[in-house]
Design a protein around this ligand. Structure first.
Ligand SMILES: Nc1ncnc2c1ncn2[C@@H]1O[C@H](COP(=O)(O)OP(=O)(O)OP(=O)(O)O)[C@@H](O)[C@H]1O
Length: 643
């Protein structure tokens, strides 16, 4: 979390408050002691620091304001865009009982949510959403935001609302029929998705693993390209994804899917394959949060396709939208059920909130029915909000058939069906296994887990070409749910390296060695590498060890290890870091003790990283509890778009 977001605004607040110095204000009594909540880990040091500074500047004796502000800051740290005072009143946070919060508020004269809102509205630190001015916080109804995040949310909402009234673009139904020649009995949602996205300036296509997202958007791009060619126009298309790995996968999938298109080579050639990271597309100057491309210097494109959108946080989405030229189309692709972004927001989840049940407004269902020849009347819903028009959900997985344990397990986990998950783990599926780790057995478990890397060590010994080695490495991955503790990523990596050392595969785990696998933990401006990029250490032709990174175009760059500053070993990685990647074989390790990070989204994301085999390591108690725990992130997007 970028704490400067909170503290940064104090700079401008400073000026507005007549350059009062901290010395002058040092007599200001901190109006409410936050230390009790900090001691319970409800607040972080940064939340308290921020509020104390605000209190010193504003000199308002207003505990109810500072309580709300501190919680707003803490919730942002946990990934929420705002807090809703109505919800907070009943359920403040883990570690604070509603009674405790309400008693504290009552002591400061606040007896209800509306009284709390009145107190906030009267403060010089809070702007009202009706007439926003630059103050540290904004109150919109009962939702309280830090100013910057309110602004990001408004940017996204204003963009979306601006797209809803655009008249649909013409779509060549004949071309659509060429691209989807077979008539299936059930609705062909891929065809509907293409017709929908081709009709609109903004669209979202969501689907689980193997539901044909890439196949579908490749056909969509083909349709757009062919239509433009027919009009004698050249379409500028850009492909992007949040991470280097996801961009490389998109490049690979699009180039494969293009080969099967039933269209001319001329059309195929005009569809780009090369995807870049969002940072690169927007012109990152790394350390800074500003990008080269923005409203004043928009991207030079007509169509932008962004994959793995579940990983895109609200600030990045706002910056992306800001850089879109007004005439361009934006197509978002992702799996709405995956873990939300590491940083604040759950943009794809919020946009797709009602996608499972709501479907299209009746006239839009009729429009798409005419284009596709599908009977979409049953999917018309007169109460569907405007956003529903932009969404299509792909429902059939072509990767996992009826016999696939991974498919069934993912489905049960996604539905939060804890009994179904256990039944699936106990069944005889060839592609799913379950192990319950026991205390004191870690050594044996690590040996079992390490066996998955046998192929990789063979490849290292044979000094395979780096591209082949990379491919072998990418087939197997150990995932962990947590960073610390038993079965946390740090300990597991150390234990694996030690095991490889004992087996003679690694001479000295404390120095660079052939086969060492690392993941960068920070963007590196000088090297043009990104957080999450994976490097494999192997000698070059002069027998000098280099760490090889795959570039988005599939080529490899070898760097001297001394040039890398922030990285970690990656024989195991967290599920968070695995988003955007897939592996043939996955072992997912749950911690030994309960953890708030164990949610159905985390396990679903871990399960769906596996293509051919999946082993879950964890107790039935923790698996059941995770299946029944959903991540919820507060924002105003759902209420503004869906109600
Ligand atoms: N309509 C279809 N009929 C048959 N096979 C299909 C269909 N659509 C996609 N496939 C196949 O299913 C597989 C997965 O498709 P694709 O890669 O497009 O899905 P995806 O949703 O992008 O997958 P991922 O989860 O890997 O991102 C591919 O082998 C593809 O050829």
């Amino acid at each position: 979390m970028d704490f400067s977001n909170q503290l940064g605004l104090l700079g401008s607040l400073d000026e507005k408050l007549n350059e009062k110095t901290l010395e002058e204000n040092s007599s200001a009594t901190t109006p409410f002691s936050l230390s009790a909540w900090q001691a319970k880990d409800v607040l972080r040091a940064i939340d308290c620091q921020w509020i104390e500074q605000l209190a010193q500047h504003a000199k308002e004796d207003n505990p109810a304001l500072y309580m709300a502000g501190a919680l707003c800051s803490a919730y942002l740290g946990a990934g929420h865009i705002c807090i809703d005072l109505t919800i907070l009143w009943q359920r403040p946070a883990e570690g604070i009982a509603a009674e405790e919060l309400q008693t504290k508020l009552k002591h400061s004269g606040v007896n209800s949510v509306s009284a709390w809102c009145d107190v906030l509205r009267s403060s010089s630190l809070v702007s009202s959403a009706e007439s926003v001015v630059e103050r540290p916080m904004v109150l919109a109804g009962t939702r309280l935001y830090l100013y910057r995040y309110y602004h990001y949310e408004q940017q996204v909402l204003n963009y979306l609302k601006g797209q809803f009234d655009v008249a649909p673009f013409a779509v060549d139904a004949g071309l659509l029929a060429t691209l989807f020649p077979k008539k299936a009995d059930a609705v062909d949602w891929q065809k509907v998705a293409v017709a929908n996205a081709a009709s609109l300036p903004f669209s979202v296509i969501s689907g689980g693993p193997g539901t044909g997202k890439t196949t579908t958007v490749t056909k969509l791009l083909a349709l757009l390209v062919a239509q433009s060619m027919a009009e004698g126009k050249v379409l500028r298309i850009e492909l992007a994804a949040p991470t280097g790995k996801a961009a490389a996968r998109l490049t690979e999938s699009i180039s494969k899917a293009k080969a099967d298109l039933p269209l001319s080579d001329e059309v195929k050639l005009a569809i780009p394959e090369q995807a870049s990271t969002l940072h690169r597309l927007l012109g990152s100057d790394f350390g800074r949060s500003r990008f080269k491309h923005n409203k004043n210097n928009p991207l030079h494109l007509d169509v932008l396709l962004v994959d793995e959108v579940s990983m895109v946080d609200l600030p990045m989405m706002a910056k992306l939208i800001d850089a879109m030229p007004p005439h361009a189309r934006l197509i978002l692709l992702g799996d709405k059920d995956q873990l939300a972004s590491v940083e604040a927001g759950s943009v794809l989840g919020d946009l797709s909130y009602g996608i499972e049940n709501v479907y299209f407004q009746p006239e839009w269902a009729a429009h798409l029915g005419r284009l596709t020849g599908e009977n979409l009347v049953p999917f018309g819903n007169s109460s569907a909000p405007a956003i529903s028009r932009a969404l299509t959900l792909l429902r059939t997985s072509y990767r996992f058939d009826a016999n696939s344990g991974i498919g069934h397990l993912a489905k049960a986990m996604n539905a939060g069906d804890d009994q179904g998950v256990l039944r699936c783990l106990q069944s005889d599926y060839a592609d799913v296994a379950w192990r319950v780790p026991e205390e004191g057995q870690t050594k044996a478990d690590i040996a079992t887990l390490a066996k998955g890397y046998d192929d990789y060590w063979d490849a290292v010994r044979q000094k395979l070409d780096i591209a082949e080695l990379y491919a072998v490495f990418s087939r197997y991955q150990i995932l962990t749910a947590v960073r610390q503790g038993e079965f946390g990523v740090e300990k597991v990596n150390a234990q694996l390296e030690h095991y490889f050392y004992q087996r003679g595969r690694v001479k000295d785990p404390h120095v660079w060695y052939p086969g060492k696998a690392v993941m960068l933990t920070r963007n590196d401006a000088a090297l043009g590498l990104f957080n999450g990029d994976i490097g494999l250490c192997m000698p070059d032709e002069f027998q000098r060890l280099r760490v090889w990174f795959m570039q988005p175009d599939g080529s490899f760059t070898g760097l001297l290890p001394s040039r890398l500053s922030e990285f970690e070993v990656v024989f195991a990685m967290t599920v968070h870091k695995s988003q955007g990647s897939e592996f043939d074989r996955v072992a997912l390790l749950l911690p030994m003790t309960p953890s708030p990070v164990l949610t159905k989204e985390l396990l679903y994301t871990g399960i769906t990283r596996a293509k051919k085999s999946f082993t879950l390591w964890g107790s039935s108690r923790l698996i059941r509890s995770a299946a029944s725990t959903r991540i919820q992130r507060y924002s105003g997007l759902i209420s503004e778009l869906w109600y």
